[in-house]
Structure formats: C-alpha cells, structure tokens
Design a protein around this ligand. Structure first.
Ligand code: C2E
Ligand code: MG
Ligand code: MG
Ligand code: MG
Length: 284
C-alpha cells in the first residue's frame, strides 16, 4: 500500500508500493471475497467519560482474519480497499454492523453512540448521505447516535467536495469527528468552519502524556481550543491510569484506549458492557 507513516505521523506517498504485483492483486481478490461473504469482523472499543467512568459510546474498527495469513492490520487493508474500489462496500458493511449492534445495546439499556471511520475516498462518495439515511431508518437509529470519524488529511484531499458531503451528513443530524487531530495540516480557520462536533486528539500526543511535559502542553491546548470552538474533545490511546487522570483534570470529555479496554469482538464487547452501570446520555 502507498501510505506510510513517517516519524512526524504524516503520510508520505510511496509510488513503488502502489504497483499491482501478483501478491497485491491476490490480496485485493481475497479482501473482495471477505467483504462479499461478510467475513470482515467489527471490533468495538468503548469511549468513556474520564470524570465518571461512564461508557458513552464505542468506535467500530474493522478486523480481517485472512484464511491463510491470519490477522491483517487495518493499516494494510484499508489503503488497499481505498485503491481498489472496495472502500464503499467495506464502509457500508461497517455502518450496518455498527448500527445494528448499537440497537442491540440500546435494548439492554445501554444507549451509546457508535462511531464509524470514513477514509478519504469514502468521504468523496456522493451517495454516502443517502446510504447513511437509509441505514439509520432501517436500524431505527437516531441520527445523533452515529458519529463519523474523518481525518484532517481526508478533508484536505478535496476541501470543497468533502465539505459538501459533510454539510449533507450534518444536515441529517449525524455527528462528525476529526480523527487523529493534531497530525494534519488543517488551519484553525478551516476547523472553525467545518460542521463538526468533536475532535479526537491523536494517540501520539496521549501515550507519553505523563512523561513528556510538551505532550501535556499540546493536549491542554487542544482541549482548550476544542472547547473554545464549542466542540467535544476525545483523547485516543489512553494506556495508563496517569494519562486518564491528567485528561480528566484537563477537562477532556471522553477517553478511549487500552487502559479502559482494547477493541473487543462484538460478543466480548456486549459482555464487557453488561458489567458497566447503565448510563443516561447527556443532552447534546
Ligand atoms: P483510528 O481510527 O485512529 O483508530 C484508533 C486505533 O488505535 C485503532 O487501531 C485502535 O485499535 C488503536 N488503539 C486504541 N487504543 C489504543 C491504545 O491505548 N494504544 C495504542 N497503541 N493503540 C490504541 P486499528 O484498529 O489498528 O486501526 C487503525 C486505523 O485503521 C484506524 O485508526 C483507522 O484510521 C483505520 N480503520 C480501522 N477500521 C476502519 C474502517 O472500518 N474504515 C476505515 N475507513 N478505516 C478504518
Ligand atoms: Mg477513528
Ligand atoms: Mg483516531
Ligand atoms: Mg489515530
């Protein structure tokens, strides 16, 4: 695949990686078959209020168990799906499983929101708002119970095209979140004009929070900026009690990370949820 993380966390284009080798074509064929057979699994990772510990939502993350090669990481197969026209059916599958699961949790008294990731090409699909509207209706979900996570770089890939899609999703009442916040290039002016309701501070700033005062300064500024713009602020990559405590003190609204829970298979997530107190959702 062509996207490689550099040290700065930016994606640099590597053209040699985009060549369709026989291995790559075979991988694409396998991925297509997995999506068709609905073999692609969804893991759920809880989003928790650091002040109270209450579970407020969950992020849906794609998981692919390749029949011969075992688990293939999303950082490998998502770019593959992006470049082979498979991102649309993949995103539909994720949305469908996420919304059906959310409805099942709600029936047990856990009224959570669910978040699904959109990749750059997913955001450029002009039929996306209609598809989302149909799936919300089919699963009896309130639009505000769905969050779509998009990265700054996806928006930058086609600012006017993606803004049109974002506006239509926003008009439906779906919530929009800027994922991996702090690793892209979006200007503060642009951020202010986007119809978003949440920013997710990238885990690269969160993981060493207790050891690095510069990371702490970045996180504090991100929380303040988000709040000044009227946004909810989520921190991803919370791996220890120290980070959780600092984020609670900085006023971060929600946290997500291995310290709270790893992403869990649907059954394991439902079981985990059973042990959690039922939480009334805060008014928007
Ligand atoms: P992301 O949306 O930023 O998701 C968060 C990633 O951080 C997930 O990796 C999650 O497992 C991992 N993570 C969560 N807590 C911790 C922690 O405490 N420490 C560490 N080190 N990592 C943590 P995952 O599942 O491997 O996904 C990687 C990326 O692949 C996602 O980043 C997202 O950009 C993409 N992705 C995953 N599923 C989908 C999907 O269904 N559609 C699209 N378009 N992209 C997806
Ligand atoms: Mg995400
Ligand atoms: Mg993220
Ligand atoms: Mg991230």
């Amino acid at each position: 695949y062509a996207a490689k993380e550099t040290r700065a966390g930016l994606r640099a284009y590597d053209e040699t990686a985009d060549v369709n080798t026989p291995q790559r074509l075979a991988r694409i064929a396998d991925l297509r078959a997995a999506i068709d057979r609905r073999d692609l699994m969804v893991a759920f990772q809880p989003k928790v209020d650091p002040a109270t510990g209450a579970v407020v939502g969950a992020e849906a993350l794609a998981r692919w168990h390749h029949p011969a090669d075992g688990m293939v990481p999303p950082d490998e197969f998502i770019p593959l799906a992006e470049h082979s026209g498979l991102i649309r059916p993949l995103t539909l599958h994720m949305l469908e499983v996420a919304l059906r699961s959310r409805a099942a949790w709600a029936r047990t008294g856990h009224d959570l929101h669910v978040a699904v990731n959109l990749s750059p090409n997913g955001l450029l699909d002009v039929t996306l708002p209609e598809v989302v509207e149909r799936l919300l209706a089919q699963t009896g979900s309130a639009p505000a119970s769905l969050t779509l996570e998009i990265t700054e770089s996806s928006i930058m890939a086609d600012p006017s095209g993606s803004l049109a899609t974002l506006e239509r999703l926003h008009a439906l009442g779906v919530k929009l979140s800027i994922d991996d916040f702090g690793t892209g290039y979006s200007s503060l002016g642009r951020l202010r004009r986007l119809p978003i309701h949440e920013v997710k501070i990238d885990r690269s700033f969160v993981q060493r929070l207790t050891h690095d005062h510069r990371d702490r300064a970045v996180v504090r500024s991100a929380v303040q900026l988000g709040h000044a713009l009227g946004l909810e602020v989520v921190a991803e990559g919370v791996e220890d009690a120290g980070a959780l405590e600092l984020l609670a003190r900085e006023g971060c609204d929600l946290v997500q990370g291995y310290f709270v829970s790893r992403p869990l298979a649907p059954d394991a997530f439902t079981e985990w949820l059973t042990g959690q107190p039922v939480h009334e959702r805060r008014p928007a």
